[in-house]
Write a protein that binds this ligand. Structure first.
Ligand code: FA5
Length: 344
């Protein structure tokens, strides 16, 4: 009898020891099979009870039951602990650290041409100008003839033109043909409009020139519109666009549709007119062509030049954006390089 009791005691010690080292549910199940299962080691020992006497059997049987209960309870406790720790490690593996900062989302931004156009239209909008939309595919008449470029006039060569298959229909080379459209719509009422949009010129592409670019045209017609009004409007624009304290200057120029005609410069905002790399050491940057609307154009628009006068100006949007954001090559604008578009 004592050998069976010894075997039982040894089994209990070993089983409890092995159980402590069973770290997974799988291992605890294997432990159960090995020690307590139908073919397990406890059953195997108890098979030897057949050889015991009738007095010995209940003693051994009681002891075997005590050990079985002890082992089952130990298993239950250990299984709970293993399940708990397995759950904790699964949770921490999948876990979300709510204290981490969020990942920044890239929102995209407006194209620099759109930004410049909006800035410009905002400034003139505050001066009471309305936006007037005119088409990019234009008649030769509106683009040239009615703007006082007679057929064969050498000034037509100033703007290399893209023609269409249709006789007399071209891609507009500037926004000025919109002047004729606006005047014909509103005459004889006074007008104050901005005409934004794309223009096309069959030119070599260089750091300063594209074949497709944007302009915005300003046009004011009324009974007493003067050159000083033009200067006041453009000075106010220059201060709003390039910062307070800007000066402007007019240089004499030639456009067939304005008389007198000028090129308008703004004092460089970077060097304050001292001269620097951006203004090519001139102290001035060109912002616009401008002038008083030519009497022939007023007449073509439906106004009596004896009674009405007007001024007009036309500026290149990319060139304004280049000056404001210090971009040195116009070709970046439409080459779709995201690095440029993100930077400016
Ligand atoms: C004109 O187009 C006139 N219609 C402007 C005007 C309007 C004068 C009203 C008087 C009254 P010009 O050809 O200079 O003028 O062009 C005006 C501006 O358009 C230029 O100063 C420049 O900023 C821009 N521009 C002209 N050609 C290109 C080009 N190929 N690429 C980019 N910008 C251009």
């Amino acid at each position: 009898m004592s050998t069976i009791l010894e075997q039982l005691a040894a089994l209990e010690t070993e089983a409890l020891d092995v159980l402590q080292r069973a770290e997974t549910t799988e291992k605890t199940e294997a432990w159960h099979g090995e020690f307590l299962g139908r073919k397990g080691r406890l059953t195997t020992i108890l098979r030897g009870m057949g050889q015991l006497s009738a007095e010995e059997r209940p003693v051994v049987g009681r002891q075997a039951n005590i050990i079985k209960t002890t082992l089952e309870e130990a298993l239950q406790k250990h299984q709970n602990a293993v399940a708990q720790s397995e759950m904790e490690s699964a949770l921490s593996a999948e876990g979300i650290d709510v204290t981490l900062p969020g990942r920044p989302q890239s929102l995209g931004k407006l194209h620099p041409t759109t930004q410049a156009m909006r800035d410009i239209l905002d400034i003139f909008g505050n001066m009471g100008f309305q936006i007037y939309d005119a088409p990019e595919v234009e008649s030769d008449d509106n683009n040239f003839t009615l703007l006082n470029f007679p057929p064969g006039h050498p000034a037509r060569e100033m703007q290399d033109t893209f023609f269409t298959k249709d006789e007399g229909i071209i891609l507009r080379t500037h926004t000025s043909p919109g002047q004729i459209r606006a005047m014909r719509e509103f005459a004889p009422e006074p007008i104050r409009v901005m005409l934004p949009g794309k223009c096309y010129r069959n030119e070599d592409v260089t750091t300063r020139s594209e074949m497709m670019f944007y302009q915005v045209e300003g046009l004011v017609v009324g009974r007493k519109v003067t050159m000083s009004d033009l200067k006041g409007v453009l000075l106010n624009y220059a201060n709003k666009m390039y910062g307070e304290g800007r000066k402007i200057r007019f240089r004499k120029a030639y456009f067939p549709f304005t008389e007198p005609s000028v090129e308008v410069d703004v004092s460089c905002s970077l060097c304050n007119g001292e001269g620097c790399r951006v203004c090519k050491y001139q102290g001035w940057l060109e912002i616009s062509g401008a002038g008083m609307v030519h009497p022939v154009v007023l007449k073509n628009g439906g106004y009596d030049p004896a009674e009405f006068s007007g001024f007009a100006f036309g500026m290149g949007i990319e060139r304004q954006a280049m000056m404001k954001r210090q971009v040195d090559d116009i070709r970046y604008f439409y080459s779709n390089d995201a690095r440029f578009l993100e930077r400016v």
